[in-house]
Design a protein around this ligand. Structure first.
Ligand SMILES: NC(=O)c1ccc[n+]([C@@H]2O[C@H](COP(=O)([O-])OP(=O)(O)OC[C@H]3O[C@@H](n4cnc5c(N)ncnc54)[C@H](OP(=O)(O)O)[C@@H]3O)[C@@H](O)[C@H]2O)c1
Length: 250
C-alpha cells in the first residue's frame, strides 16, 4: 500500500491559477511542495514565499512539462534539493482557445495533448523507477467537466481531457498492484487570473446551472487534491471527482 506520509508533492503549473491553491493546501498538510512553472518566476517565487511565511516548505521548480529532457532534469533537481517526489499533480495547462471545428488543425489538438497526455506520461516515467524502489507514489490528474458536457468549439481541449481520463483509468489498473493510486479531479468553471475579462453575463448563466447556485473557488478544488494526496484516500484509485457544485450531476 502506498504510504503518502507528507514528503514531496510536485504541482505542475503552480505559478498562478488553481495550482497556487493546490500548492498551498498541500503545504498546509505538511508536504514539501515543488512549485512548477515554465515562465512566471515572480509568480512562482511569490507562492513559495507565501508557503514559507506560513511555516511550510517549498521550492520554485522551473521546467517545461512538455519537454522530455527538461522533465528529467527538473525531477532530478527537485530530488537533489528537497527530496524525491512522492506525489505528482498534473495541473499545468497552455492556452485554451475556442476554435471553430472547420478551423481546427491537428496541431491545435497536439497543443492540448502535449499538456494532458504527454506531460503526465513524461512525469510518470521520470518518477516511476524511484517510486517502485521506495514503494511509494501517487498521481492526481486535473481534468475538466467539459468531458461530460462536450463544449462546442472546444473539441481539441475536450478530446485531450477525455484522453487524460482514459490514461487515469489505465494507469490505475496497471499501477494498482503496486499500491500507486491514480485519480482525476474534474473542476467546473473556477475563475482565475486568466478569466479576469470574462463576460459577467456568461458567469451568471453558468452560476444558474450549478446546484449550489454559486461559483466555485480554487480552494474548493485544492482541498480535494490535498485529500487525494493524503493517507485517508489510500483505497481510492481510478476515480473521477467532479468539483463543480453539482453542475453535471446526472
Ligand atoms: N480554471 C478553470 O475554470 C478550470 C476548469 C476546469 C479545468 N481546469 C484545469 O485546471 C488546470 C489549471 O487551470 P488554471 O485555470 O489554473 O490555468 P492557468 O491559470 O492558465 O495556469 C496555468 C499554469 O500552467 C503553467 N504552465 C504553462 N505552460 C507550462 C509548461 N509548458 N510547463 C510547466 N508549466 C506551465 C503556467 O505557468 P507559467 O506561465 O509560469 O509557465 C501556470 O502556472 C488545467 O489543467 C485546466 O485545464 C481549470
Amino acid at each position: 500500500m502506498s504510504d503518502s506520509t507528507p514528503g514531496v508533492a510536485l504541482v505542475t503549473g503552480a505559478s498562478r491559477g488553481l495550482g497556487v491553491a493546490m500548492a498551498k493546501a498541500l503545504a498546509r498538510d505538511g508536504w514539501t511542495v515543488a512549485v512548477n512553472y515554465a515562465r512566471d518566476t515572480c509568480g512562482a517565487e511569490r507562492v513559495v514565499e507565501d508557503i514559507v511565511h506560513a511555516g511550510g516548505r517549498a521550492l520554485a521548480a522551473r521546467f517545461d512539462v512538455t519537454d522530455e529532457h527538461a522533465v528529467r532534469e527538473g525531477i532530478a533537481r527537485i530530488a537533489a534539493t528537497i527530496g524525491p517526489v512522492d506525489v505528482v499533480v498534473n495541473n499545468a495547462t497552455g492556452p485554451q482557445p475556442y476554435i471553430a471545428l472547420s478551423e481546427q488543425t491537428w496541431e491545435d489538438h497536439l497543443d492540448q495533448l502535449r499538456f494532458f497526455v504527454k506531460a503526465p506520461l513524461l512525469l510518470l516515467q521520470a518518477v516511476l523507477p524511484d517510486w517502485r524502489s521506495r514503494k511509494t507514489g501517487r498521481v492526481i490528474n486535473i481534468g475538466s467537466e467539459v468531458v461530460e458536457i462536450g463544449n462546442p468549439l472546444f473539441g481539441h481541449y475536450v478530446a485531450a481531457k477525455g484522453a487524460m481520463l482514459g490514461l487515469t483509468r489505465s494507469w490505475a489498473r496497471e499501477l494498482g498492484p503496486e499500491g500507486i493510486p491514480v485519480n482525476l479531479v474534474a473542476p467546473g468553471w473556477i475563475p482565475v487570473e486568466r478569466h479576469r475579462d470574462s463576460d459577467p453575463q456568461m458567469l451568471e448563466d453558468y452560476r444558474r446551472q450549478v446546484a449550489f447556485e454559486r461559483i466555485g473557488s480554487p480552494d474548493d478544488v485544492a482541498s480535494l487534491v490535498a485529500y487525494l494526496a493524503s493517507n485517508e484516500a489510500n483505497f481510492i484509485t481510478g476515480q473521477t471527482f467532479a468539483v463543480n457544485g453539482g453542475r453535471t450531476l446526472a
